[in-house]
Write a protein that binds this ligand. Structure first.
Ligand SMILES: [Zn+2]
Length: 306
């Protein structure tokens, strides 16, 4: 048990806080959720019907705004992000709904071909809390997503990110049964830990915690009124929040997991935040920058050897 005393409380999450490769103090993962058109639609199942794929226009959508925003993310922002990662020599992680892989296989094949991690993110961006009483339906959704990855990318993903950052009480079991190594959808702690260590009856699935303050959408995603999310923050403010979180989390041996969405972070002034964040991490010299599948492999090897 790795207990830590912080702010007078004993943390008992049994978190993995090193040792990290090459004597690094902590790790940083840049992750990108490629929702494409689902970013601007309610999480599925959606009574308005599919928001992507061949059947989209059968539903006669009355507006094209959400679709056009998705196209910005897919065709403008995603290549920009891939260029950025290539230039900085960084492997990133991309979490993609299976239906998006079916609809635009060439875009997501480019991610795999450039050596990045690709992980599961539902099939039609389903909110898994809606399946809390129906594990068979949730299993079918997972299997459809895995089949799309297999058919179009030849990949079996190691990682899962829930589309709504939530898990019902059987989601982790369904993931473990399908051979997933890790999940990154929940909020406890700031370092990887086993779900079974802190939640009763949950399987041995590695968890990389996330947080809303480490998500680009809460600062930058703008919907026209009357929707609730209507805000635009300046890049300096967000850079400082992310830098201070990176310093704090890495300083305590944890994993800084940043969640971005191509259509949101891909604007020029926001890509500059990522550039400065990588500059900062490299200047520190003690940050292991890697995708979560690589970090998970390290953690599991160390746990097995312990
Ligand atoms: Zn998403």
């Amino acid at each position: 048990m790795h207990n830590r005393t912080r702010y007078g409380e004993t943390i008992m999450l049994n978190e993995f806080r090193g040792p990290w490769p090459d004597g690094r103090r902590g790790a940083m993962a840049l992750t990108f959720d490629c929702d494409v058109t689902y970013a601007y639609a309610p999480a599925r199942p959606d009574p308005a019907g599919p928001r992507t794929g061949e059947r989209l226009f059968e539903k006669k959508p009355k507006r094209l705004q959400g679709y056009s925003r998705g196209m910005y993310g897919l065709h403008t922002a995603l290549p920009r992000i891939l260029d950025f990662l290539k230039r900085r020599g960084i492997r990133g992680g991309f979490y993609v709904p299976g239906a998006n892989v079916e609809r635009w296989p060439e875009s997501f094949r480019a991610i795999v071909e450039q050596g990045h991690e690709i992980g599961a993110h539902g099939h039609e961006h389903e909110n898994v809390s809606l399946y809390k009483d129906d594990p068979e339906a949730e299993a079918a959704v997972l299997d459809a997503a895995l089949a799309a990855f297999e058919m179009h990318l030849g990949v079996r993903p190691a990682g899962y990110r829930s589309p709504a950052w939530d898990m019902n009480l059987h989601t982790a079991r369904l993931l473990a049964e399908r051979g997933f190594t890790y999940d990154s959808s929940l909020f406890a702690g700031e370092a990887p830990h086993m779900l079974s260590d802190i939640y009763p009856d949950q399987p041995d699935l590695l968890e990389f915690p996330i947080d809303w303050c480490l998500d680009d959408a809460v600062y930058f995603m703008w919907f026209m009124p009357p929707h609730l999310m209507a805000q635009l923050h300046g890049p300096e403010e967000v850079f400082r929040i992310w830098r201070d979180e990176l310093d704090g989390i890495v300083g305590e041996g944890g994993v800084f997991t940043l969640t971005c969405h191509p259509s949101v972070i891909g604007r020029h002034h926001r890509m500059n935040i990522l550039e400065r964040l990588v500059d900062h991490a490299e200047a520190r010299g003690d940050v292991w920058i890697a995708p979560l599948d690589e970090i998970a492999g390290h953690v599991m090897r160390r746990k097995a050897a312990a």
